[in-house]
Design a protein around this ligand. Structure first.
Ligand SMILES: [Zn+2]
Ligand SMILES: [Zn+2]
Length: 507
């Protein structure tokens, strides 16, 4: 493995002054320093006569790694540096008093800390707290990237895609449009309603890219999306050697032309992908965290095709679509061809006050009774964990009800039991607004007027209903104590998708 040092010495050689990592320093009277304290790191011209290690090339190409992440002897790594095949970069760039992490792009002063460092022996070595879960980047840590030749990828005329399914007419059109942008330095938004079947729409375009020798990454802010997509992509592209990277499963395996990754894991890449597809581009934490956006930008080449997928794009993105700065594909019809369920508004009185008194508004109580006796499974969304606890304790006598929230350790198990039908009604915070798809459910929202329910959250929640072809309808009710703009705009948006899909305005 690479060494866990590292200080550097500035030594003179035939090539002029160059830096040398601690274990390779031969004289004892050389002063060793933190990388941070050394002047500019010089880059050597590529020496074409040097016989470079192809394993190292494969391991490092398109990546931005620490010594510890490179399973090669330090002598070998360093000799590649001396011959111009790789470059050391300062992990934390300092200019005046401004710090920025070169791996994750963090430059928020509150997200740096300093410590007495055993590696560089400085009393105050600054490190980045933002990306620490991927191994510490501090002022004395070099980030290493490949600067040598890039292997020629053979173009092939054969397809990598072994998917047997078929696309609807609308999906076909979208797929064709997407194929048209692959390989071009373009941005494209795929605005597909919940249940449109957007994964299948990507297949053809990805295949096209692979045939052109392009490297493709599908990134999502959410681990559960990657774990769900990973087997589907392995089945669809069995010969592409699909690599999936997410927390707890992030070994840098053999390089692959098709990588599925959480946006977090992209910190370790640099100019690695010619096509980058970001799924759920509006989802937390991507939409709130500029360093994840930095990671996506850094992982893609300058000329990359960028494709964004969303059922509920942000206001900013919609504005770019409106002003024609961003090309868009609308997929307003679900894969099964039925319209999106339109939410119903039901006034329920001052729900918050009643809950504080340990009571559920009668109209909601009736809805719950009705669901449980009719046998229809349901999600009941509530604004806060406190409300969740209150409602669950009021309903504790009812069999078949359980509750779930973000920090619930049994979350996955409860969702599994809901899927199996053992749980009939799941009380939930907005944690289940996305991702989890269960056929044949109805959805209620208690306190839809609460501020946690943004317009996009309400659209996503409604999107849980009617997902299967066997049961394409279902009920969505927003219980409220006064309509909010978010509620009205969510309903308007759902109706306008249906209209765009040709369903008229009757509902
Ligand atoms: Zn960082
Ligand atoms: Zn240090």
């Amino acid at each position: 493995m690479g060494a866990t040092l590292v200080r550097f010495a500035s030594v003179s050689s035939q090539k002029g002054s160059t830096l040398c990592p601690e274990p390779l320093v031969q004289t004892s009277n050389t002063s060793l320093q933190s990388l941070n304290l050394l002047p500019e790191i010089n880059m050597f011209p590529l020496d074409p006569s040097f016989s470079y290690n192809q394993d190292l090339q494969f391991h490092l190409l398109g990546r931005h790694l620490l010594f510890d992440e490179l399973p090669f002897p330090i002598e070998q790594i360093h000799s590649h540096y001396l011959h111009g095949y790789l470059l050391y970069e300062k992990g934390i760039a300092t200019s005046k008093n401004h710090l920025s992490c070169q791996r994750c792009g963090n430059d928020d002063p509150s997200l740096f800390a300093s410590f007495a460092c055993f590696r560089c022996k400085e009393d105050s070595c600054v490190y980045c707290r933002k990306c620490i879960m991927m191994g510490r980047v501090s002022q004395c840590t070099p980030l290493i990237r490949w600067t040598g030749p890039v292997p020629n990828v053979a173009l092939t005329s054969h397809s990598f895609l072994e998917w047997e399914g078929t696309l609807s007419e609308l999906q076909k059109q979208a797929s064709k449009q997407m194929c048209g942008v692959v390989g071009k330095p373009k941005e494209l938004l795929v605005w597909a309603v919940c249940g449109a079947g957007k994964t299948e729409i990507l297949f053809e375009a990805i295949d096209r890219a692979l045939q052109q020798g392009l490297r493709v990454c599908l990134a999502s802010p959410r681990t559960d999306v990657i774990t769900e997509l990973s087997p589907r992509f392995e089945r669809a592209f069995p010969k592409a050697g699909v690599v999936s990277l997410y927390g707890g499963h992030s070994e840098l395996a053999a390089p692959s032309p098709l990588v599925l990754s959480t946006t977090h894991q992209l910190f370790r890449f640099e100019e690695a992908f010619d096509v980058i597809i970001v799924d759920e581009v509006d989802a937390f934490p991507y939409s709130f965290d500029p360093t994840l956006q930095f990671a996506v930008k850094k992982a893609a080449t300058d000329q990359a095709t960028r494709i964004y997928l969303s059922a509920t794009p942000s206001k900013k993105m919609k504005r770019r679509v409106h002003t024609k700065q961003l090309e868009v594909i609308h997929i307003s019809r679900r894969f099964h061809g039925y319209p999106l369920p339109v939410p119903e508004f039901k006034w329920c009185g001052n729900w918050s006050k009643l809950l504080k008194k340990g009571r559920i508004p009668p109209i909601i109580h009736k809805w719950i009774d009705n669901k449980l006796t009719s046998g229809v499974q349901s999600f009941l969304f509530v604004p806060t964990i406190d409300d969740l606890t209150t409602i669950h304790s009021i309903l504790k006598e009812y069999p078949g009800i359980d509750s779930v929230h973000a920090s619930d350790l049994d979350r996955i198990e409860k969702i599994r039991r809901f899927r199996k039908g053992e749980i009939r009604m799941l009380l939930t915070t907005t944690i289940l607004e996305r991702g989890v798809t269960v056929p044949g459910i109805d959805v209620g929202v208690i306190g839809a007027d609460h501020e946690v329910f943004s317009s996009n959250a309400l659209v996503q929640i409604a999107g849980r209903v009617g997902r299967s072809i066997g049961d394409p309808y279902g009920e969505v009710v927003y219980f409220h104590y006064g309509k909010t703009t978010a509620m009205v705009s969510a309903k308007r948006e759902i109706k306008s998708h249906n209209q765009r899909a040709g369903f008229g305005t009757s509902r």
